[in-house]
Design a protein around this ligand. Structure first.
Ligand code: BEZ
Length: 231
């Protein structure tokens, strides 16, 4: 283990609150400059281990199905693997022409898929995790906000396909927290009550306890209604 670490160039992993590391890349939709090309939009930047593999195929079909939904939430999708461009093109064509999964068929992937044969981008984003694989990216998901700041990171191992309802829920929860200055409780889904952050002083705490718009169980635990049409 020690030798493995000694022989590697260690790139620090990006963290929540960091600026998204910049890069230029070739993709299935043309060249991109990241994150500049996405300024003003949320981005889900995600990696998958390899083209022509079954779990990744099921994920790409699901991302393709949800693409318009994410767009309507001002969020673009950008995929990455350490395969080359021609492999990406051939795989996406095969998915469209041959693969059926659940209610999905003829699925066309219209968002960019980055070729990263040098692993430069994958290493910048901590997507190569040698304990899992030295030759493939893990299933990483970076949520990057309209100012280019990393807001959430989720990593999954190679064998575990992502939960897309959770990706959508996380995006909406962060957008809602930003817009309404609230937080969201465990398992929150849009339409449920939200958390009003704890008060900074006794005076404010008393005010909150008396506020009829809030449901305060104690000074530190107040919720309020946030109906779907207000999100
Ligand atoms: C898959 O996507 O099916 C897969 C990729 C790499 C390792 C294991 C599974």
């Amino acid at each position: 283990m020690e030798n493995l670490i000694e022989n590697q160039t260690i790139t620090p992993m990006p963290r929540i609150g960091d600026s998204a590391p910049a890069f230029k890349a070739v993709t299935t939709q043309g060249p991109i400059q990241f994150p500049e090309d996405y300024s003003g939009k949320w981005v889900i930047l995600f990696s998958h281990p390899a083209d022509f593999t079954p779990v990744c195929t099921s994920e790409f079909m699901t991302f393709a199905k949800m693409h318009d939904r994410f767009k309507s939430l001002n969020c673009e999708l950008v995929g990455l693997s350490v395969d080359g461009l021609y492999s990406h093109i051939a795989w996406l064509r095969t998915i469209k022409e041959k693969i059926e999964f659940r209610d999905m068929k003829n699925m066309e992937v219209k968002f960019p898929l980055i070729e990263d044969i040098t692993m430069d981008v994958a290493k910048k984003y901590g997507m190569i995790q040698p304990g899992e694989s030295t030759t493939k990216a893990v299933r990483a998901v970076f949520f990057i906000d309209p100012k280019g700041i990393i807001r959430a990171i989720i990593y999954y191992p190679l064998s575990l396909g992502r939960n897309f309802d959770e990706l959508e829920r996380a995006l909406i929860a962060m957008q809602t927290a930003d817009k309404h200055e609230i937080a969201t409780p465990a398992d929150w889904v849009p339409g449920e009550d939200v958390i009003v952050s704890p008060a900074g002083s006794c005076g404010v705490a008393k005010e909150r306890m008396d506020n009829e718009e809030l449901d305060c169980k104690d000074w530190f635990f107040c919720t309020k209604k946030l109906p779907l049409d207000k999100i």
